[in-house]
Structures are given as structure tokens and as C-alpha cells.
Design a protein around this ligand. Structure first.
Ligand SMILES: [Fe+2]
Ligand SMILES: [Fe+2]
Length: 157
């Protein structure tokens, strides 16, 4: 497998681990109420997604997608992936707002459920997005990119 694509897949794996933490910790807060431990886990995973996954998505958009777009229709899979990145950032703002709400009122159950709803939204969106890239887009890239394009990507890894 191309080294750059392998790097993207390993970044996906780190993202999925953080989504798992976000899922567990938001679920526990609904079941047991606020805990500093769960809340700090939630904040760490939200920060990871805001920073690391955002940088990852930007790297896909500037390194991988332009090469693919030489071979694929303009409104093809990279168009869909770019659109999903934008949707993700919009929904991350909602998640970050609900994290701030919980922080400002740690005993408000309605805030926990808003946080849980927004967390599940991100978990579904991002895990679905990652799954599409891993199973459809990346294998497609290895088929359609030529040797020198694959080499230029591998040099970035
Ligand atoms: Fe992506
Ligand atoms: Fe990705």
C-alpha cells in the first residue's frame, strides 16, 4: 500500500479511538451524572477531532484529492468527501457549544443530553466518512493514480 495512504488510514484509526472515548464518556454522563474524569475525556477527544482530524482533512484536500480529481468527475467521490468535511465542521461547532454549556452548568441534565446527541451526530458522521475513505476512496486512489502521482504522495509520508 502507498505510504501516504497508509498514514491517512492510521490517522483514521486514532480518530476512531477518540470517537470511542467520546461515545463512552458521554454515555456515562447520561447514566451517572457529571464527573470530572468523563468530562476531561470528552474535552480531550473533542480537541483531538478539532485539531488532528481537521488537519488530516485539510491534508486530504490539498494533497490527495487534487490528484484524484485529475482522473475523476468533478462531482465525483472527492466532491462528496469535501462536502462531508464541511458538514463535519459545522456539526463540530454544535458539539463544542454543548461542551461549553455543560462546563457552565454541571448539574443540568438537559445539557448532558444535548451533548450526547451532538456527540452521537459526530460519531456517526465521522465514522461513516472514515469508512467510505478506507473502503472506497483509498482503494480507488491506488487504482487510478499513476506511478508518479503515487510516488509524489509517498514522498509526503
Ligand atoms: Fe476525509
Ligand atoms: Fe480521512
Amino acid at each position: 500500500m502507498n505510504h501516504y495512504i497508509r498514514k491517512l488510514i492510521s490517522e483514521h484509526e486514532h480518530g476512531l479511538v477518540q470517537l470511542g472515548f467520546l461515545d463512552d464518556a458521554t454515555k456515562r454522563m447520561i447514566e451517572r451524572g457529571f464527573s470530572e474524569e468523563d468530562f476531561s475525556m470528552i474535552k480531550k477527544s473533542v480537541e483531538f477531532i478539532s485539531k488532528e482530524i481537521r488537519e488530516h482533512n485539510e491534508a486530504e484536500e490539498s494533497n490527495l484529492f487534487p490528484l484524484l480529481e485529475k482522473h475523476l468527475p468533478q462531482n465525483g467521490p472527492t466532491y462528496v468527501m469535501r462536502a462531508e468535511h464541511r458538514i463535519l465542521w459545522g456539526r463540530m461547532d454544535l458539539l463544542m457549544n454543548s461542551v461549553n454549556l455543560v462546563e457552565s452548568d454541571k448539574n443540568n441534565m438537559a445539557n448532558f443530553s444535548k451533548l450526547r446527541t451532538n456527540a452521537l451526530d459526530i460519531i456517526n458522521l465521522l465514522s461513516g466518512h472514515i469508512n467510505k475513505e478506507n473502503t472506497i476512496l483509498f482503494p480507488l486512489a491506488e487504482r487510478v493514480l499513476n506511478e508518479s502521482e503515487l510516488k509524489s504522495l509517498a514522498d509526503l509520508a
